[in-house]
Design a protein around this ligand. Structure first.
Ligand SMILES: C[S@@+](CC[C@H](N)C(=O)[O-])C[C@H]1O[C@@H](n2cnc3c(N)ncnc32)[C@H](O)[C@@H]1O
Length: 417
């Protein structure tokens, strides 16, 4: 995914002081230099990061649906440091992932579809430490869609302690004019997601949330469509970010499939449209094969403490993989919503793998378009507007190609800048 330089650089030097101020104000760290203290980080933070990472990656046992959330937010002797480990290690990464998705909307020309005079209303499901809500704020800061400078995020979370910390952090990060409303509850994903009296929102965001439910995607969809029908404004956006791992990513692909097959969506009664990553409502190219899945990857400048922490834990968050889906409640066409897309829909493809160089002038990669997924070769000379090969997440448009899906040759294409 092409993330703007301003966003890539934003966390290099400026983020750590913001975190440190917040943690000092809330007595979360003993002193201002704690993040630079190898002793403190090795003893108090790194062991919890490793435990949480093993849990999220389901490294023990099989790759099943669902996760025992109790295991990471439960109170007990080391609960405070476990929360802090999540805060320092996982929250910034998820924040950046969500901000990157926001920046992809910006790149494609998406404009905030509501009045500037009206405060925005957002909601993060399973907010934890508010990474998703902060990601929207960061996305808007560095790749604006034109969201108003004032508004509110409702944060829904089942862990009281996480919610309390997440609420304070969100308000600290977002700054003046933007507030948070915490809702301590367990969302009943098999029933009604919000109480009937809840208002309508402009933005729903979920980050690393749906995979924690053991419910299949097909079951989640019915109630998701209902909540969008009742509590998402017309033209409202839904941003969903999930892990890049095969099982969790395929669950999101099945979620998309179930959404497109939902009777209320198909009949047009609830106008929900998938905007990204797929540029249309075609059958999913990755779901076609049992062993396949679909994910993105973004690179960033990690805050200095996170580089050291990664070295201590053996994790490497220089690049961040994830799966994502952006949905809008709209009756407008994709070309109207994303005006930077050019040419015919049938001639647009997205790279869904890295680009491998076969020679100095030729590369090979997988693309996904209206007719599914293709292994494809491209000579640099056949790109009309670039001298370098495209990479994962890039959009090719005005593309002509020939050959089978097992191996096609691109005759001519343009990379969307
Ligand atoms: C992996 S964390 C992600 C937190 C945050 N969104 C992020 O990206 O860092 C998932 C969060 O969802 C919460 N959660 C899971 N199922 C929930 C449910 N049914 N209702 C409310 N919160 C839930 C968990 O307690 C946890 O805080």
């Amino acid at each position: 995914m092409r993330v703007p330089v301003a966003l890539v650089d934003a966390f290099k030097d400026h983020f750590e002081p913001i975190l440190t101020d917040f943690m000092l104000q809330n007595h979360l760290i003993p002193e201002g230099e704690s993040l630079d203290s190898k002793r403190y980080m090795t003893r108090s933070i790194a062991p919890h990061v490793k435990t949480l990472s093993a849990l999220f990656n389901r490294s023990e046992g099989s790759q099943t649906d669902g996760i025992d959330t109790e295991a990471y937010w439960t109170e007990g002797g080391s609960a405070k440091n476990r929360r802090l480990a999540y805060f320092l290690s996982f929250m910034p990464c998820n924040l950046f992932r969500v901000a990157s998705v926001w920046s992809e909307l910006h790149r494609l020309g998406f404009k905030w579809p509501f009045s500037q005079e009206q405060d925005f209303r957002g909601l993060e499901w399973g907010a934890g430490l508010a990474s998703g809500a902060c990601g929207v704020v960061a996305g808007e800061r560095y790749a604006p869609l034109g969201m108003p400078k004032t508004g509110n995020f409702a944060l829904i979370e089942q862990s009281k302690a996480a919610l309390s910390l997440g609420t304070k952090w969100f308000e600290h990060f977002a700054g003046a004019g933007i507030s948070a409303r915490p809702f301590h509850r367990r969302v009943d994903l098999s029933g009604t997601w919000l109480p009937p009296g809840a208002p309508k929102f402009h933005v729903f965001v979920t980050s690393y949330f749906l995979n924690e439910s053991e419910l299949p995607a097909e079951t989640l969809i019915k109630n998701f469509v209902d909540v969008c029908d009742k509590h998402l404004e017309e033209e409202g956006l839904v941003v969903i970010v999930e892990p890049a791992m095969k099982l969790q990513s395929r669950k999101l692909l099945r979620f998309r499939k179930a959404l497109l097959e939902n009777a209320r969506v198909q009949s047009g009664e609830v106008g929900l449209k998938v905007l990204l990553p797929c540029l249309g409502h075609q059958a999913c190219g990755a779901l076609a094969k049992e062993e396949d899945w679909c994910h993105e990857e973004v690179s960033w400048w990690r805050p200095p403490y996170l580089r050291s922490l990664d070295a201590m834990t053996g994790l490497d968050r220089k690049s961040l993989p994830f799966s994502y889906l952006v949905i809008q409640k709209t009756r407008r066409s994709l070309d109207e919503i994303l005006p930077n897309l050019k040419g015919a829909t049938a001639e647009r493809y997205r790279l869904v793998s890295p680009s491998h160089s076969l020679s100095k002038k030729t590369s090979e990669f997988f693309i996904c378009g209206q007719d599914g997924k293709r292994r494809t070769r491209l000579a640099l000379t056949d790109i009309t507007n670039s001298e370098t090969a495209p990479d994962r997440g890039d959009i090719l448009q005005n593309t002509t190609l020939h050959g089978e899906s097992s191996l096609s040759q691109i005759d001519s294409t343009e990379i969307l800048e």
